[in-house]
Design a protein around this ligand. Sequence first.
Ligand SMILES: NC(=O)C1=CN([C@@H]2O[C@H](COP(=O)(O)OP(=O)(O)OC[C@H]3O[C@@H](n4cnc5c(N)ncnc54)[C@H](OP(=O)(O)O)[C@@H]3O)[C@@H](O)[C@H]2O)C=CC1
Ligand SMILES: N[C@@H](CCC(=O)N[C@@H](CSC=O)C(=O)NCC(=O)O)C(=O)O
Ligand SMILES: [Zn+2]
Ligand SMILES: [Zn+2]
Length: 373
Amino acid sequence: MKQGQSAVAWKPKEPLKIETVQVAPPKAHEVRIKIVYTAVCHTDGYTLSGEDPEGIFPVILGHEGGGVVESIGDGVTNVQPGDHVIPLYTPQCGECKFCKSPKTNLCSKIRSFQGKGVMPDGTSRFMCKGHSLFHFMGCSTFSEYTVVADISVVKVENKAPLDKVCLLGCGVSTGYGAALNTAKVEKNSTCAIWGLGAVGLAVAMGCKAAGASRIIGIDINEGKFEIGNKFGCTECINPKMYNKPIEEVLVEITDGGLDYTFECIGNVKAMRAALEACHKGWGTSVIVGVAGAGQEISTRPFQLVTGRVWKGCAFGGWKSRDSVPKLVEKYLNGDLILDDFITHSLTLEEVNDALQLMHNGKSIRSVLQVCTL
Ligand SMILES: NC(=O)C1=CN([C@@H]2O[C@H](COP(=O)(O)OP(=O)(O)OC[C@H]3O[C@@H](n4cnc5c(N)ncnc54)[C@H](OP(=O)(O)O)[C@@H]3O)[C@@H](O)[C@H]2O)C=CC1
Ligand SMILES: N[C@@H](CCC(=O)N[C@@H](CSC=O)C(=O)NCC(=O)O)C(=O)O
Ligand SMILES: [Zn+2]
Ligand SMILES: [Zn+2]
């Protein structure tokens, strides 16, 4: 048993509490990790808000982490103690029908357990004050020690700074992959991105890398425009500054609509606007944002009949264990930005401040130091 500090979400909507948590040893095909850094993603705040249909409490949130393997269970061959690793909320078993298909990255091997907040044997490794705590997205990185399935973790080069590459555990990989893998943005194409948080900015980075000629950032927080331009937006607009729907504005200023649009907020009205801003005949809209419980998308079917395509992705469509080390390498070679996403460097004790900064639109990513290497 290992004992360490974790930020525990005892109930929805309540501040997280730093608690001493007992973390059981890894069972077969499990890995216990000492988390060194974790970032805070909008999805952590979403689940804490009580809007996640799969939200379950008490739980240790966090899924954008970097750490060092502390111990491994029987049968683990892909990592060993001392390895630097990134936990993966989208695992890759390599054996299920999803993993075998080149069409998706959604491994199904342990998804049902992950959604129930337990390890693949149906139990938790976390205990606090006599209570069992649930795992979150198969990662639970707001914790000094965590246990994950071996298919949910990948080794990265020791020289990769964990306070930066932890961002590849979710937001940056997601946005970058949404542009490159899901939309497959082409050279000289036109793109628009709703929501200039880390995910939307990473989409912009992907669109720029693909050679898009016009990348329009759309956000109600004009404080995000400067960083939007830095990540490749050729212009940024605030939908509230127009007296007609933003999709109409966009269709007008782009000669009939965009080639690719991306929703990176989790707002179903923005999802509709993003679809309807697409060019007739070929425009593709990618849903990346996660909408709250009970919300549904709608549009006139005519929008699809006339050739627009509506799709979405999780973790940017990356097959996780194959791709994350390559993204790390890209970062180390200077071909992928990570540092500029980090607006705040805090500690695990300051996790509630990090959540507040996110909700107030003041941060892109806060990276929390959980312990020292
Ligand atoms: N599909 C997937 O695999 C993944 C999905 N997600 C989801 O992606 C979304 C974005 O995540 P993240 O970048 O971390 O979130 P952030 O909160 O950092 O960014 C969202 C941005 O959208 C802006 N915004 C809010 N409402 C509107 C609106 N009506 N119109 C235009 N802009 C708006 C926010 O403004 P303000 O600054 O005022 O808040 C903020 O700048 C979330 O829904 C998250 O859950 C995240 C990771 C993976
Ligand atoms: N639990 C929610 C859905 C949440 C969701 O869509 N999560 C994304 C990742 S968001 C990361 O920050 C995801 O990977 N989805 C695919 C999956 O299999 O979960 C709900 O029940 O609506
Ligand atoms: Zn996330
Ligand atoms: Zn699989």
